[in-house]
Design a protein around this ligand. Structure first.
Ligand code: IPE
Ligand code: IPE
Ligand code: MG
Length: 249
């Protein structure tokens, strides 16, 4: 029986987030340029998206470019932006064939005009799709997202639009890029790094974390299923004790 068949269909996470890491090291190991690693990483995106669609994960969020990534050598940043433009353009048909809707989170208005244009086009053309929603985190920073939410909420308080007691978890949720998207139950990071790198800090408060040494370009559907399988073995206690969850208390 394959790992996919062993999954509990009643316990599929609604939202899986992935920090796609290790493209550069993967390429280096092969004596190739870093950009070759990024280009090959696109295949891993297809693998993860197909796997997520097949087991009906509602949201798949992929960390594609952080605000900190602008600090990389210009050649790499330009290459990544070009790759984004060509990939989005090439994938629209496949997204539509697979009923995938595209969304973005992050400061996308700061992306190069060509990227923005392709993204807008792809989002428009996939907006009616009802399967998995692919959320691309582009020029994303969690600290920026939270800071912006604090500013907006403070402004509303100052203008008398809200009271202090209105500041609930839900209100904060509504002011994040991810407004309307449930928190990820599972976050995966590839490449062996055990850190979050400024990704979805508020939203992963109770996420299960899965770290794998696999470099992103080598990530396959099976690896996605494995992560979900492992997730299903975890006991999510949310502060309670085991006995409360299994009804023996
Ligand atoms: C992840 O791979 C892709 C992006 C951050 C855009 P990296 O490019 O970070 O690869 P490593 O971590 O240097 O191997
Ligand atoms: C995180 O990877 C960002 C993305 C995957 C887009 P990085 O490679 O930029 O993270 P750090 O700098 O090693 O933490
Ligand atoms: Mg990296």
């Amino acid at each position: 029986m394959s790992i996919k068949d062993r999954l509990d269909k009643n316990n599929i996470p609604k939202h899986v987030a992935i920090i796609m890491d290790g493209n550069g090291r993967w390429a280096k190991e092969k004596g190739e340029m870093r950009l070759f690693g990024h280009a090959t990483g696109v295949e891993a995106v297809r693998e993860a998206l197909t796997a997520a669609s097949e087991i009906k994960v509602d949201y798949l969020t992929l960390y594609a470019f952080s605000t900190e990534n602008w600090n990389r050598p210009k050649e790499e940043v330009d290459g990544l932006m070009d790759l984004l433009v060509t990939t989005i353009a090439n994938e629209i048909e496949s997204l539509n064939n697979n009923d995938v809707r595209l969304l973005t989170i992050g400061n996308t208005h700061e992306l190069p005009p060509k990227c923005k244009k392709e993204l807008m086009n792809a989002m428009e053309r996939t907006k009616e799709n009802k399967g998995t929603t692919l959320v691309l985190a582009l020029n994303y920073s969690s600290k920026y997202e939270i800071k912006t939410a604090i500013k907006t909420i403070a402004e509303k308080y100052k203008n008398g639009e809200i009271e202090l007691t209105d500041v609930t978890d839900q209100l904060v949720d509504e002011h994040l890029f991810t407004a309307g998207i449930p928190d990820p139950e599972l976050m995966i990071r590839t490449s062996g790094e055990i850190r979050i790198s400024n990704f979805l800090l508020w939203q992963i408060a109770y996420s299960e974390l899965h770290f794998t040494p696999i470099f992103w370009p080598d990530f396959k559907k099976e690896d996605f299923y494995k992560a979900v399988y492992e997730y299903q073995t975890r006991e999510r206690r949310f502060g309670k004790v085991s006995e409360q969850l299994n009804g023996t208390l």
